[in-house]
Ligand binder design. Sequence first.
Ligand SMILES: *[C@@H]1O[C@H](CO)[C@@H](O)[C@H](O)[C@H]1NC(C)=O
Ligand SMILES: *[C@@H]1O[C@H](CO)[C@@H](O)[C@H](O)[C@H]1NC(C)=O
Ligand SMILES: *[C@@H]1O[C@H](CO)[C@@H](O)[C@H](O)[C@H]1NC(C)=O
Ligand SMILES: *[C@@H]1O[C@H](CO)[C@@H](O)[C@H](O)[C@H]1NC(C)=O
Length: 208
Amino acid sequence: MALNTCLIITGTFLIMGSAVTSQDESISLSLFDFTSSDNVSDWTEQSDTVRTVGKSKAVFVMQETQEFRRAILFTLLNPQSNGAAFAGVRIETVMNFVGLSTIHINCRAQGNSTGYKIVLRHDGENNEPYPTYEQFFEAPMSSEVFSTVSLPLANFTAYYRGKAVPNAKPLDITNITSFGLQVYGGVYGAIHQSGVSSLEVNTIDVSS
Ligand SMILES: *[C@@H]1O[C@H](CO)[C@@H](O)[C@H](O)[C@H]1NC(C)=O
Ligand SMILES: *[C@@H]1O[C@H](CO)[C@@H](O)[C@H](O)[C@H]1NC(C)=O
Ligand SMILES: *[C@@H]1O[C@H](CO)[C@@H](O)[C@H](O)[C@H]1NC(C)=O
Ligand SMILES: *[C@@H]1O[C@H](CO)[C@@H](O)[C@H](O)[C@H]1NC(C)=O
């Protein structure tokens, strides 16, 4: 995992008639850089087949050519009759996002699903019966260009088996212990998804 910080100088302020240049320290940490340092070896599948009725599938693989490298999440959503389905992958990790505010994922998607989630867990609560902390996003649909989707840490909310958990403790951004990517059937939502999809991922960063 690459943890690179960079200082971005952005601010120029006019104070009492004289120009003063100030350093607005915007920090950006690389969480996953599949274009260079990172690979998918430590990611594992988390799909609805963890339950007896599940029949969806996800695989996360590297694509490496002479020109580039990136990771691709291939998914197949085979929903239950009520629409329930999910397919994804995760990595168990230890991340501290103190002082940081926004996750950025540089990606593009093709196929039948446009709606994805980032799924976080904290404090070692990586399995049942604990809730997941999820944020939905619309993947940029393209076979040509990559775009960056920005997801505020404050917008992750707790879910248990697809249902919001209003009284869950807030996400502990000091101790993120599982980081996941998922495509969902949408049993409780307005969007219902099924079929085959790909999400190509270059980088995932977190910034202040
Ligand atoms: C994946 O990355 C890890 C950590 O850098 C490295 O030890 C491992 O050899 C890599 N695996 C492959 C298949 O490149
Ligand atoms: C994160 O949570 C795990 C499980 O509760 C705990 O063992 C670990 O010490 C915590 N790490 C930090 C930095 O708080
Ligand atoms: C995050 O939540 C705020 C407040 O609900 C909302 O205004 C904003 O659009 C959300 N941002 C994203 C990227 O979803
Ligand atoms: C694409 O998704 C729509 C909405 O979920 C579904 O009705 C349709 O059957 C899917 N098509 C394929 C080829 O999977």
